[in-house]
Design a protein around this ligand. Structure first.
Ligand code: RIB
Ligand code: CA
Length: 317
């Protein structure tokens, strides 16, 4: 029997986070030690509630730890509603979870879990990097104890999705992203360069296996998500990106993406570039590369795995 890879997911659930949670929990290769929550696609109470609801719908037992309500600097302001709805799951009627988050905070849990298994734990961040940055700031050498962080975030060679150059998870707390990107830990960046290449379609959503416990909620949530990504397009021909599931998939199987080792910094102050992942493409700064940047993805292979595992049909008819 092969040993499963221990991972912690950090989420702001979120429609694509919800799919990523299911993808990770049903993985034959990942052992999800815990899930930490952050503000982002909703306030942190909302994203924690959605996370608990998804874990319950997956019918597994994994501890959930509530984390940051605000970025390192300033206050959270609603921003994901257009894509994720007021409740974060496309306004689908989510049952009140029967489970609760653990009493330990997300950053405290991250620190304890990583120090407990030095060099073993992979952290997959699907949200702002606030929880991980707080954990890093609280413990010298924590970065050296993490096996790898796989970050869904940034846009290396493509445009942004909240500003012309910035992606939401970096833009939502650039100070936290700066801490992580300067920490020295091994980082894989699964940015918009590759996540915009993996899409789910109307036909697949409509034909999601009717017997899964999450089918009703996810069909409704995904209908909202498809509308948000395809304004004015009639249902039947829409598609939308699977950002967060791809990051989990890359943690599970790094061969899904080609990468380049590059020096990447975070713009924290620019008036029109705040939250930009700045890539030193031509080596001007003469720095040691700090990030494995995903450049291309085997989309058919990822989609085949994703559809099989979650019960979506692969055929795009
Ligand atoms: O830019 C995409 C990311 O922002 C995803 O993680 C999505 O869930 C939102 O948080
Ligand atoms: Ca997310």
């Amino acid at each position: 029997m092969t040993t499963k890879m221990p991972v912690i997911l950090d989420v702001d659930t979120g429609i694509d986070d919800a799919l990523a949670i299911l993808y990770a929990l049903f993985s034959p290769r990942l052992q999800v030690l815990g899930i930490t929550t952050c503000f982002g696609n909703g306030d942190v109470l909302n994203t924690t509630r959605n996370t608990l609801a998804m874990v319950e719908m997956a019918q597994v037992s994994v501890p959930v730890y509530q984390g940051a309500a605000d970025p390192l600097v300033g206050k959270w302001a609603p921003q994901g509603e257009a894509f994720h709805g007021e409740n974060g799951l496309g306004n689908a009627p989510i049952k009140k979870p029967v489970t609760s988050p653990k009493t330990l905070s997300a950053p405290d849990y991250l620190r304890a879990a990583i120090l407990d298994r030095p060099g073993e734990v992979t952290v997959v961040t699907l949200a702002r990097l606030t929880n991980l940055a707080i954990a890093l700031n609280s413990a010298p050498n924590l970065a050296q104890k993490i096996r790898r962080v796989v970050v869904m975030g940034g846009a290396a060679f493509v445009g942004g999705n909240v500003t012309p150059v910035s992606e939401a998870n970096i833009w939502g707390d650039p100070d936290a992203a700066w801490v992580v990107f300067h920490s020295g830990m091994p980082i894989t960046m699964v940015g918009l360069d590759v996540t915009m290449q993996v899409n789910i379609s109307d036909a697949q959503v409509q034909k999601l296996d009717p017997d899964r416990p999450y089918t009703k909620i996810m069909r409704q949530a995904l209908d909202f998500y498809l509308s948000a990504y395809n304004p004015g397009v009639s249902s039947g021909t829409r598609q939308a990106p699977l950002h967060d599931p791809l990051a989990v998939a890359v943690a599970e199987d790094p061969t899904l993406c080609t990468t380049s080792d590059l020096s990447v910094d975070i713009e924290r102050e620019g008036t029109i570039t705040r939250g930009m992942t700045v890539v030193d493409q031509r080596g001007w700064l003469d720095l040691t590369p700090n990030v494995a940047v995903c450049r291309s993805v085997d989309a058919p292979r990822f989609l085949r795995n994703f559809c099989e595992r979650l019960g979506f049909p692969m055929a795009l008819d």
